[in-house]
Design a protein around this ligand. Sequence first.
Ligand code: PLP
Length: 329
Amino acid sequence: MHVSNHFHNALQPRLAQRLCALTGMEKAFFGNSGAEANECAIKIARKWGKAKRGPDCHEIVTFTGSFHGRTLATVTATAQPKYSAPFAPLPAGFVYVDPADVSALDEAITERTCAVMIEPVQGESGIRIFAPDFLRLLRHLCDEAEALLIFDEVQSGMGRTGRFLASAHADVAGDIVTLAKSVASGVPMGVCLARGEAASTLVPGDHGSTFGGQPLACASALATLDVIETEDLMHHAETVGKAFLAGLQSLADEFASLVLEARGLGLMLALELSVPQAKTLQRGLLERGVIVNAVGDAILRFLPPLVVTEDECARVVATLRDLLADLKA
Ligand SMILES: Cc1ncc(COP(=O)(O)O)c(C=O)c1O
């Protein structure tokens, strides 16, 4: 299961090569979780920024509603004080912007900015899908300001949205991309991928992890990529996701007094209610064998496994229809 990382492990470079080919990146660092992958991204950005423009160039811009992890730095990058406030004092150097406020974004990116960090689809705050134009604007602003663009694809990556990276829908490449969650199908793994100057910023001794990239996790990740490829799961995620969204949309039409909106990209979907009843519906679904997440009071989030079938999604929609009818009554 484990070989000291003083030694070469043949699976790790094979996995790094495959992930780089899938993401357009050049180097990979392996850790054990999404938060660790993002810590690595933050360290690269800070070291790169200081080398580029001096010690003041250390700020990272993140977005309201984001979620980047629970270590001190990543929980601070997470622009939701409910997660970070109890643990103050927090690390300095994070600047939060409301993604709806483009002029605030323009002002927030300054000489001091070493990176902008974003989930192309915000997961924990209820599937907020950023428009391709917005991601392109971010790329443009980062290029103009000479700042790195970090895509946190911990939740949206690995084919879940129908493309290997959700950012690929906008045809925008980050300088750094992070992956975790399903990357090794349940064996702990987080990956920080980088290209260009960002890829050559960390040198041996700057960063490390005892178990990161150990053979068991690498073998599991390689097998995961094999299954995604041989079973065409990215395409599957796209087609099943479309059918699931159409089902959720029909509920939004049928129960217009209770449902505000159905939205989704591939197999990242949400139903936003106009009433604070998400937890009631979540409980009802669980009692009927359907596991979903209630994000806050009014959003149900659906992140089914990539092997979910159209029939299974139709069953979820039918169950929800019964529950919404009860709620309406
Ligand atoms: C977008 C995103 N980034 C980072 C994380 C943190 O990942 P982990 O729980 O593996 O540390 C999560 C977890 O939900 C996430 O959704």
